[in-house]
Design a protein around this ligand. Structure first.
Ligand code: UDP
Length: 594
């Protein structure tokens, strides 16, 4: 729970309290539960900030000396969050509370700082003493070299955790070590089996063909590249020369025998001599994998937090079963892989000019317009919208009148692939919202939510404001008489002082309403967002992230609302792709399409 709020909301900012700005210590966790610890900490650190979201963390002063990560989020405590703490605050001490005796996790937590094995409750019991110890360590640090400090920390940790003292914990340790070795061995067996299969049935036959090619044409068999191996050691890899994209990497599987690559691991990056920043050095100790979470997210263009955060997320989640699922996920993703190339700024599709941007670029663009007070109508189009557009000239004209049109969904991504236009990212309103809110909260731009059934926008507004710290200037449902009552609604939007208006009537109603009334509307950003409020109010559950990542959100939607959705997707998607082909081959001009 905490994790999803921290990472997805990632960006809520409440730069409200002076405490945060001058705090010497910060406690991360559920505020209702950490009051007692805050009192104890105050005795030594005077100003103590409480942070429940990553945004609140951002508001904490850099003069903060101690960060305590409580076990409120022990279930899903992320190394990414520790990473953020270290990067944002550079505290001299981080204490992580963990009840999970998991070796892999322990290693990760340890990279974050001091680790206390025990619950919040047991920590409270000895908190005073521990806090004093951290202060002593800090004071000593001034005169001691690095090593004695480490020693002090180690001794402190050992004493705090008291782990080697009891038979039970010794047994636990042995069990964990044994299970870790077994998991490692199993992983190697799987890797060798896969490597053997691929080498025998694919790499060797292809090698024979390429040898013959070399004989007749002289074309070299391989090209080499140097990547960053485990511990950032340079690693020379072979690729087959001049053959189609997925096949040129077949020699990678041979590296599974040598153990220099893993089947699943961090992403393969070109080798660079300069090492990463100290706080990220741990990432490079991990073996690069033929399959990686980053490559999956990058290929399916799902909104992500960037490579660094994705690698940390992978490292945190990594274990045998997760790796196995990652490999399964990579199979459908191969369908979406595209040859490289520079993505153009505009993607022409069925007569529209779609903006080809990353999420970050899109948010920056919106921020600039908000600051310059330039009004912008922003539309998102998926395969279903484009199908509607083809048979609805009014809607086509409306979409064309939009200032920015963003490509939404796997259908449009596949269209990009068919038209050989690399798309930067899949941009839809639901994924954009956290990023938009982060920016809006930081720059103080209030939102108005219009649409959905009565009560839905209100609930969504509460959730959004709680999670992201953004001001919701007002809400209204979307079932009003658009002929008779639009004036009243517009008045309440304009009086609310909102800078961003999200309209959720579904396509094409929302786009048409925005286009019709944009002159009368005061907010600078007018956005059509479809079923967004249903998701954020909790009325409709969104597909889990891994389903979205493999481009199968539409399957999830069909299962949720078969009656309404099957036609949209099962018939709509192939029809859309057919229309794209037709447009490409015959017309290149949507007006001629009917
Ligand atoms: N809606 C509305 N007024 C209407 C019709 C629909 O506010 O007159 C809302 C509806 O409650 C839903 C959203 O518009 O929340 C449309 O969701 P849908 O999933 O159909 O939109 P899409 O994402 O497909 O554009």
């Amino acid at each position: 729970m905490y994790r999803s709020r921290a990472i997805e909301s990632g960006f809520a900012v409440k730069k409200n309290t002076d405490v945060a700005a001058s705090a010497r210590a910060v406690i991360l966790g559920n505020k209702e539960r950490i009051g007692e610890l805050s009192q104890i900490l105050k005795r030594s650190y005077h100003q103590v900030a409480l942070a429940e979201t990553a945004g609140e963390l951002e508001a904490v002063s850099e003069s903060c000396r101690l960060a305590v990560m409580t076990d409120t989020f022990s279930e899903s405590l992320t190394i990414g969050l520790i990473n953020r703490v270290r990067k944002a605050l550079h505290p001299e001490q981080i204490i992580c509370l963990s009840e999970d005796d998991d070796q892999e996790k322990e290693r990760l937590l340890r990279s974050g700082g001091l680790i206390f094995f025990g619950s919040y409750k047991s920590f409270i019991a000895s908190a005073e003493e521990i806090i004093n110890q951290t202060l002593t360590v800090r004071q000593r640090r001034v005169s001691y070299t690095m090593d004695p400090r480490k020693e002090t920390l180690k001794a402190l940790e050992k004493r705090l955790s008291g782990r080697s003292s009891t038979m039970k914990s010794l047994l636990k340790r042995i069990t964990f070590r044994f299970s870790a070795i077994t998991a490692e061995a199993l992983a190697r067996v799987i890797e060798w089996t896969v490597a053997l299969g691929v080498t025998l049935f694919m790499t060797l036959p292809l090698l024979v063909i390429l040898l013959l090619r070399k004989l007749f044409t002289g074309t070299p068999l391989f090209i080499t590249r140097t990547i960053s191996g485990a511990h950032n050691k340079p690693l020379k890899l072979l690729r087959f020369n001049k053959i189609a994209e997925p096949f040129c990497d077949l020699p990678l599987f041979f590296e599974l025998f040598t153990g220099r690559l893993a089947l699943a691991g961090r992403a393969i990056n070109e080798w660079q001599e300069e090492s990463q920043k100290a706080e990220n050095a741990y990432i490079s100790t991990i073996k690069p994998g033929i399959v990686s979470l980053w490559d999956i997210r990058r290929t399916t263009k799902t909104a992500h937090e960037g490579q660094l955060a994705t690698e940390w997320e992978y490292i945190f989640k990594k274990h045998l079963f997760y790796d196995f699922m990652l490999m399964l996920r990579a199979l459908p993703v191969m369908l979406y892989s595209e040859p490289g190339g520079t993505p153009p700024a505009i993607f022409p599709l069925l007569g529209l000019q779609l903006n080809n941007l990353t999420m970050e670029e899109a948010i920056n663009l919106i921020a600039i317009n908000l600051e310059q007070k330039t009004q912008r109508a922003i539309f998102f189009v998926n395969a279903d919208c484009l199908n509607k557009m083809v048979s609805n000239q009014e809607y086509f004209k409306t979409l064309k009148s939009g200032d920015y049109i963003f490509p939404d969904g796997i259908g449009v991504s596949i269209a990009g692939k068919m038209l050989k236009t690399p798309l930067k990212e899949n941009i839809n309103g639901t994924d954009m919202l956290p990023y938009l809110c982060r920016m809006a909260a930081e720059k103080n731009f209030p939102l108005f939510l219009l649409g959905g059934k009565p009560g839905i926008a209100e609930t969504a507004g509460k959730n959004i404001s709680n999670n992201y710290g953004v001001t919701i200037a007002g809400t209204a449902h979307g079932y009003f008489d658009r002929e008779q009552e639009s004036d009243r609604i517009i008045k309440s939007i304009n009086n609310s002082g909102a800078a961003i208006l999200l309209v959720a009537f579904g396509a094409p109603l929302q786009e048409e309403w925005i286009a019709r009334h944009r002159q009368e509307l005061a907010p600078q950003v007018l956005m059509g967002v479809g079923g967004l409020f249903d998701f954020y109010s909790g009325t409709i559950k969104r597909a889990p992230r891994w389903i979205r990542e493999i481009g199968f959100e539409w399957v999830y939607r069909i299962l949720q609302e078969p009656g309404r959705m099957w036609q949209r997707y099962v018939i709509g998607n192939p029809l859309f792709l057919y229309r794209v082909i037709k447009w490409k081959v015959f017309t290149q001009n949507s007006q001629e399409l009917t």
